[in-house]
Structure formats: structure tokens, C-alpha cells
Design a protein around this ligand. Structure first.
Ligand code: FAD
Length: 444
């Protein structure tokens, strides 16, 4: 008899993982704790509920988000056809009527003959029992994973590899940094080569930046986002509010640096650290903040050298359970130390409805192939799926944080310099070609 796979969490990733398995003939049991136990953000008992915006981002196949959607459609996504049936006008974005959408997904899962839906909280003892029997288990419990399971996961990963909060610094597309201003140097030239880039402030620039930072509107804390978090990792606007020079003596201290343009130490400096081996993305070191996104971009554009920069991720601080995937998971998103235990969705280190769904689909698809004894290569690095996976597997030392598909994650074309639009068009073409070639190799 075919092996039963258990999926936990009926959100974006969980339903896609179930669908990918069941459509390939595998029996699946899906645990969803709502409505028996609610999360602090979900409002209904529907599967794949949207907890906030009703947008699935761009549907334009020439954008990273659109590219990912096309790859998901080619692999037989459940959520995208439902979203299309429930769509409402949203310009280039795929926007949905959230109730119609979630009802369509729920009906599809409930009526699938190979899927059994169980409405209760999945507990650590359930997990231990299944793993002891050698059954496959996919955890897709999302950013608001229930407390018991979260603690169990912390034990499995080692506490330091599971996060309960995001304290994410903004990240920038390397090709949009002004290198006439920003310089590569490690503090005291300590031999880290050009790993770090530095955005040097003079006094006037620093004063204006701090003033704007302190005045900027902040995202209010939700009830379930306990402020105890801030003891470990304070947002920069809070630090700046305590004293005008505190960032200059703390997070943005310029010690050991010399600006090649002036030959002097800058008044303050924000360091940029590579986010991937290819150095197409950099994060702003120690720049976690809770500023509202519109105003945050305006403030960040005041940083010398980042005036025209494109931020692929903005700073956030919020409750979010996720695993340090590059340390803990293999390329199938399976625990290195616990074969048979998989993680899908936001918990694996991606972010957003569609990116989470994609990683659910990926895990379901890989597991189905494994159960069938089929040898399937991972999606190619050039594709959108491959780019998300490279974020989850890149071993470069960094503050690992969830990310969604973006231009910086798609690898740069190896051609002499061309304008931004041309390079992006080349990225899209390369992604499409590589994915199509890979799809040919996937057994039906
Ligand atoms: C407040 C908030 C606002 C957000 N706003 C946006 C936005 O505007 N746009 C966007 O793209 N993304 C947004 N996100 C992120 C988005 O919600 C996630 O990326 C996405 O839902 C993750 O999908 P998932 O399947 O991994 O988790 P989820 O969709 O959260 O699904 C996880 C499911 O697991 C269930 N569950 C948890 N623990 C257990 C357990 N022990 N047993 C059984 N079931 C369990 C939960 O009830 C839930 O249904 C937001 C997140 C939050 C928290």
C-alpha cells in the first residue's frame, strides 16, 4: 500500500504540498488546527486564508513574481487557478476576493479523494509518533506556528537555528548601489577583502538622516508581538530617539574606516554585507527597523550611495517563526538530522503568500518523486524556483532572514555591462529557458 504522507498546516504551503502529492497519486493527511485553535492573525476556518493584503503581487511574466507564478502553473499549482477564478481588478497584480479564493481552495482540498483533512492541533507527540514509524512529515505551520510545535522545533534545530521573531535589516540590489560613493573596505583593513561595502556619512548627511529617522512613522506593534523582543535587537529609530549621536557610536560607528574620496574617517558609516555568494544582494548591517514601508524607502534613500538604490526587502520586526534553512535543511528542505521530516512555506525561510505556496509545491513535488523512486534534479539556479532555493541553501555567513523572489536573487547574466532593463530582460529569458529545459527532464 502506498505510504500516507502527513502535512501540517492548511495555509499556502500546506495546501500546495498536499495537492502536489495527491495529484501524483499519493495519499495525504492534512492537519489544520483552525477553527479549533486560531492563530493570532487568522479570522476564519478556511484553508489558505490571506491574513492581510489581498494581492498576490505581479502577474507579469517579465517580473520575478510573475516568473515564479508561471513556473508554479507549469508544475500544476492549486492556488493560482483558484486565485484566477477569484480575481478582482488589481492592475498588473493578481488580486483576489479573499473569501471566494479561500473557499475554492478549501473545496478543492476537501473534495480530493486522496486527501483527508483533520481539524485539530498537531502536537510534538504526534510528530514523534509518525517519525518513529518512518512516515514522511511535512511541517507547513507558517509564521504563527503553534507554541508547542514551535518549542519542539527549537529542540530539533538547536535553539539558535529557529527564530521566533524577524528583525530584518533592509537589503539592496547590488547593481543599484552608487560605487562612486560607496567603498569596499573592512574595518582596520583586517583582511576581509572587499566583503564589506561602506556608505560614508559626513556630519550634515548624518544629522539629516537621524532627524528623518526619528520623525518617520512606525508600524504599530500587534498585541501578539511582545515588546520583550526589543531587549535583544533594538530598531534603529528607537536607538536614534535616545540620543542624536547614539547610532554614530553604536550600529553605524565609523572606526577603522577611511573614505578613499576624502582620505579621512567618515562621520558615521553604514556597512553593507553580501547576502549571497554571487554578491548580487547586500544587506544593511544592523539596520533593523519598524518604519512604515513608504517612508522607510525615503529615509533609506538618504544614505550616501543609496540615493537611487532598489531595496529588495525592507526592514521589519515582527513575530515570525522560521528555520535557518542553510544550516538545518538539505536541498529537499528535509531536516539534515531527521530524514523524513520536511519544512515548507514561510518557515523554510521565504516570505509572502506565493513564495510560501511555491515552497510547499516544491516539497510535495520532490517528496512524490522520492516515494516513486524517481530521480529528479532540483530546478535550475537560473529559474525563479532555483533562485528561491539558492537563498535557502546559500551557506554564506549572514543574518539569515526570509526573503521573497526578487531581481537580486535571479543571477546576473554573464554579459558585458548593459542597462538595467536589458539585464533584467536577459535574466527573465535565461530563467524561462532553463526552467523549460528542466521541465522536459521531469518524469510525468
Ligand atoms: C500579520 C501578518 C500579515 C501578513 N501580511 C502579508 C501580506 O500582506 N502579503 C503577503 O504576501 N504575505 C503576508 N504575510 C505573510 C504570509 O501570511 C505568509 O507568507 C504565508 O501565509 C505563509 O504561508 P504558510 O503556508 O507558510 O503559512 P500560513 O499561511 O500561515 O499557514 C499555516 C497554517 O498552519 C496552521 N497551524 C499552525 N500551527 C499548527 C499546528 N500545530 N497544528 C495544525 N495546524 C497548525 C495555521 O492555523 C495556518 O492555517 C503576513 C503574515 C502575517 C503574520
Amino acid at each position: 500500500m502506498a505510504e500516507m504522507v502527513t502535512v501540517v498546516g492548511g495555509g499556502f504551503a500546506g495546501v500546495e504540498a498536499c495537492w502536489a502529492l495527491a495529484q501524483r497519486g499519493h495519499k495525504v493527511r492534512l492537519f489544520e488546527m483552525r477553527p479549533v485553535k486560531m492563530t493570532p492573525a487568522h479570522q476564519t476556518d478556511l484553508l489558505s486564508e490571506l491574513v492581510c493584503s489581498n494581492s498576490f503581487k505581479s502577474n507579469d511574466g517579465a517580473s520575478p513574481a510573475g516568473l515564479l507564478k508561471n513556473e508554479m502553473r507549469a508544475l500544476g499549482s492549486l492556488v493560482l487557478p483558484c486565485a484566477e477564478k477569484a480575481s478582482v481588478p488589481g492592475g498588473a497584480a493578481l488580486c483576489v476576493d479573499r473569501n471566494i479564493y479561500a473557499k475554492l481552495v478549501t473545496e478543492a482540498i476537501e473534495s480530493h479523494e486522496l486527501i483527508e483533512l483533520v481539524r485539530r492541533e498537531f502536537t510534538p507527540s504526534d510528530a514523534e509518533e509518525l517519525l518513529a514509524k518512518g512516515e514522511s512529515l511535512i511541517l507547513a505551520t507558517g509564521p504563527l506556528t503553534s507554541e508547542g510545535l514551535g518549542k519542539w522545533l527549537a529542540g530539533k534545530t538547536g535553539n539558535e537555528h529557529l527564530y521566533f521573531y524577524d528583525a530584518v535589516s533592509p537589503s539592496v540590489d547590488a547593481s543599484t548601489i552608487n560605487m562612486d560613493v560607496v567603498f569596499a573596505q573592512s574595518r582596520y583593513d583586517k583582511g576581509e577583502g572587499d566583503d564589506y561595502l561602506n556608505c560614508p556619512f559626513n556630519k550634515e548627511e548624518y544629522d539629516a538622516f537621524v532627524e528623518a529617522l526619528v520623525a518617520a512613522e512606525r508600524v504599530p506593534l500587534k498585541d501578539f508581538e511582545k515588546p520583550k523582543y526589543f531587549e535583544g535587537c533594538k530598531p534603529i529609530e528607537e536607538i536614534a530617539s535616545k540620543g542624536h549621536d547614539s547610532l554614530r557610536y553604536g550600529n553605524f560607528k565609523p572606526v577603522g574606516l577611511r573614505d578613499p574620496r576624502t582620505g579621512h574617517r567618515p562621520w558615521a558609516a553604514i556597512q553593507l554585507r553580501p547576502e549571497n555568494r554571487e554578491k548580487t544582494l547586500y544587506s544593511l548591517v544592523a539596520s533593523q527597523n519598524r518604519l512604515k514601508w513608504g517612508v522607510q524607502k525615503d529615509v533609506l534613500h538618504m544614505i550616501p550611495g543609496l540615493e537611487e538604490a532598489e531595496f529588495v526587502r525592507l526592514g521589519v520586526i515582527h513575530r515570525n517563526t522560521y528555520i535557518e534553512a542553510p544550516t538545518v535543511l538539505n536541498e529537499n528542505l528535509e531536516f539534515k538530522n531527521t530524514p523524513g521530516l520536511y519544512v515548507a512555506g514561510q518557515m523554510s525561510g521565504v516570505e509572502g503568500y506565493i513564495d510560501s505556496a511555491a515552497m510547499g509545491q516544491y516539497v510535495g513535488f520532490r517528496l512524490a518523486a522520492k516515494l516513486e523512486g524517481k530521480d529528479v534534479a532540483a530546478p535550475p539556479r537560473l529559474s525563479a524556483f532555483g533562485s528561491l532555493l539558492s537563498h535557502l541553501q546559500d551557506p554564506i555567513e549572514r543574518e539569515f532572514a526570509p526573503m521573497n523572489i526578487n531581481w537580486g536573487l535571479l543571477p546576473d547574466p554573464t554579459v558585458p555591462f548593459k542597462g538595467k532593463a536589458e539585464r533584467r530582460a536577459l535574466k527573465v529569458e535565461a530563467a524561462k529557458a532553463a526552467f523549460a529545459d528542466w521541465l522536459e527532464t521531469v518524469p510525468s
